[in-house]
Ligand binder design. Structure first.
Ligand SMILES: [Zn+2]
Length: 299
């Protein structure tokens, strides 16, 4: 199935989208959806180029969920080469209104050791090369040009989604750290010891490579975005060993992916219905004239 989302046929209201294939999006690897019984692979085209992969749409807890492997199904895309705009646009174009973004991070405090689940409420952008707006004034393939838009982003994550994530994780026996600052670095290398010490000294909590610009692009489309970070290592400045290794990160992530999936699916079931959302994300575009139409699909 191929879905074209390049047609412009409505306003950027962030409101009801008819014919939705899914209303919740999960940006995460195949470990989250590969065992679902009935998954439909949907290829989506966007005005920003191809997303990381197809969307894999299935049912979880009675909700339609679109899974998108952030790094591609064969994990070939490093964090700085992910087409974040295409990913968020693709999810929105199939009807997604709420996005969950699980990711692996390094802990910047000794108490946030491997296996810690932290639901951040703030982020710091230390990336360098990533396009982080749909409203950058560049013409789209159809000639449409966005207006200049300055998005309110004081609180980067959906407060409703965060509350559901923290409460649901605790109910499932995994007490999450409620709040904290995710600093997102460019990667793909890990931090130097000096960078890590500096990050920690700023009071930031965890460090990752993919949390930005996902959250702001979701906000620019009026979508809810909730980050669930899994600590896979203590970052270089918070431990005295040789520093973070990719192998160590993969090992800890693999050991925790099962329970992270369980929490994610519980959160999916507990999120409000699309029409019941009352959070600030739904009002992100109020009063703004973006010049672009909402992501939509035509087949
Ligand atoms: Zn929200």
């Amino acid at each position: 199935m191929t879905v074209h989302s390049s047609d412009i046929d409505g306003g950027t209201s962030g409101g009801e989208r008819t014919g939705a294939l899914a209303d919740i999006g999960v940006i995460g690897g195949s470990g989250f959806y590969s065992f679902l019984d009935d998954v439909t692979e949907v290829t989506v085209e966007t005005p920003y180029g191809p997303p990381s992969d197809s969307l894999f749409i299935g049912e979880v807890a009675g909700r339609r969920v679109a899974f998108l492997p952030r790094h591609g199904r064969s994990h070939h895309l490093p964090p700085h080469r992910i087409n974040y705009r295409a990913n968020l646009w693709a999810l929105a174009s199939v009807g997604v209104t709420q996005v969950l973004g699980p990711c692996a991070v390094g802990g910047l405090r000794a108490e946030y050791g491997p296996g810690t689940l932290l639901v951040p409420d703030q982020l710091v952008d230390r990336t360098k090369s990533r396009v982080q707006s749909f409203y950058d004034g560049e013409p789209l393939p159809d000639g449409t040009v966005s207006n200049v838009v300055h998005m309110t982003f004081a609180d980067p994550y959906c407060p409703a989604g965060r509350a559901v994530a923290v409460k649901t994780a605790a109910a499932g026996g995994w007490e999450a750290v409620d709040g904290g600052t995710l600093v997102v670095i460019e990667g793909p290398r890990f931090s130097t010891r000096a960078e890590s010490v500096w990050h920690a000294s700023q009071g930031w909590s965890v460090v990752g490579m993919t949390g930005h610009p996902e959250a702001v692009l979701a906000r620019e489309l009026g979508l809810c975005y909730t980050s669930l970070t899994l600590v896979t290592d203590l970052d270089a400045g918070a431990e005295t060993g040789d520093g973070v290794s990719h192998e160590e990160v993969l090992k800890v992530f693999a050991a925790n992916v099962g329970r992270l999936r369980t929490v994610l699916f519980d959160v999916v079931g507990a999120l409000p219905a699309a029409q019941d959302r009352e959070c600030l994300c739904t009002r992100a575009l109020d009063g703004l004239d973006t010049g672009l139409a909402a992501p939509s699909r035509t087949s």
